[in-house]
Write a protein that binds this ligand. Structure first.
Ligand SMILES: *Cc1c(COP(=O)(O)O)cnc(C)c1O
Length: 360
């Protein structure tokens, strides 16, 4: 068996230890004689899995008791609608547009009310995070929305915007559990898990309990009400059972790594290796403003499309996979999530060095 270094933006690399453990438990989960995929979500064994997953996540992130943790489906994209349907009481919301995902979320919200774009970095193809220290926050805004880490462009909010007292809603799909967070500063934190936590199919929503009400927009389907899932402990209907099980294993893995502070230090170390190389390279260069660089997604280019394509192809042959940039940006992108070992980034930098020497 050989594993490549997988730099995919998502679905993405998972810890080898987790995959191995899941493989060992595949046919017989802890003496139940069946796989987690085959068991009732109402069984005692599964109840243990989902409750332990929630407890470990609460522990890792320091989630206060007045926040609910929900395990849902529908991808991060379904939250683009669920958020306005549940939170737009005044039918007004402010969006900060720092990339395609925030833009898509803002466009979906327009179906339900008035959307004000209070800041944007679209003028420079989303290569920076706009100054959010004094936003024209709308007086009647139900919330202010951000995408905290922009997976496609490789930027990250280093500081949260000043929402002037309004609820902050954040899509953290691609930076979930990459560093410590102060949950109390948000009304809602959510993300699809397939970037930095687990297999596609599960979405985690962390939401302040007072925001979960029956007072949702008329016509909101039962399945799209946070209250439905909160009242049922994420077991209103069949949850993405196997995905939650793997997430739970990743939470335990993260705790064993030393928790989110330790992950932050590892992630900074990995990102620094790559950014330091880019900053002195005569062939490759990063595409975003230095102060806004993401620790998770690192886009870079040579400035020559043909050379980019050859780099991606030869890197793949060297066991460095999925380095092609997003179709809207071109060039390359290395996603270096929690489960990417430092050796993977070292191998990438060594390969880039060699490629530069041979082709310059
Ligand atoms: C991938 C991604 C999404 C979309 O996720 P789906 O689960 O495919 O809907 C949304 N937001 C961000 C930040 C992402 O990285």
């Amino acid at each position: 068996m050989s594993r490549v270094y997988n730099f995919s933006a998502g679905p993405a690399v998972l810890p080898k230890e987790v995959l191995r453990e899941a493989a060992e438990e595949m046919l017989d989960y802890q003496g139940t004689g069946m796989s987690v995929m085959e068991m009732s979500h109402r069984s005692k064994a599964y109840k243990g899995i989902i409750e332990e997953a929630e407890a470990d996540l609460r522990d890792l992130m320091g989630i206060p008791d007045d926040y609910e943790v929900l395990f849902l489906q529908g991808g991060a994209s379904q939250q683009f609608a669920m958020i306005p349907m549940n939170l737009m009481k005044n039918r007004t919301a402010d969006y900060i547009v720092t990339g395609q995902w925030a833009k898509k979320a803002s466009e979906e919200a327009k179906k339900y009310g008035k959307v004000n774009i209070v800041a944007s970095s679209e003028d420079k193809t989303f290569s920076y995070i706009p100054d959010c220290s004094d936003l024209p926050v709308s007086e009647d805004a139900d919330y202010v929305y951000i995408c905290e880490n922009n997976t496609i462009y490789g930027t990250k909010f280093r500081e949260l915007p000043d929402t002037k007292g309004k609820i902050l809603v954040a899509d953290v799909s691609s930076c979930f559990l990459s560093e410590p967070v102060d949950v109390a500063r948000y009304g809602v934190i959510y993300g699809g898990v397939q970037k930095n936590i687990g297999p596609a199919g599960t979405v985690i929503v962390i939401i302040r309990k007072d925001l979960i009400t029956e007072d949702v927009l008329p016509g909101t389907p039962t399945m799209l009400k946070y209250k439905t899932h909160a009242d049922a402990g994420s077991l209103y209907n069949t949850p993405p059972a196997y995905g939650i099980y793997i997430c739970g294993k990743v939470f335990k893995w993260l705790k064993k790594q030393g928790g989110l502070q330790a992950m932050k230090e590892k992630n900074e170390k990995k990102a620094k290796l790559l950014y330091d190389f880019l900053d002195q390279s005569r062939m490759f260069k990063g595409t975003v403003e230095v102060k806004d660089r993401s620790l998770m997604n690192v886009p870079f280019v040579t400035g020559d499309e043909e050379l980019d394509a050859r780099f991606v192809k030869e890197a793949k042959e060297a066991g460095l996979e999925n380095l092609k940039g997003h179709r809207t940006v071109g060039g390359m992108r290395a996603s270096i999530y929690n489960a990417m070992p430092v050796e993977g980034v070292e191998a990438l930098v060594a390969f880039m060095k060699k490629f530069e020497e041979e082709n310059l």
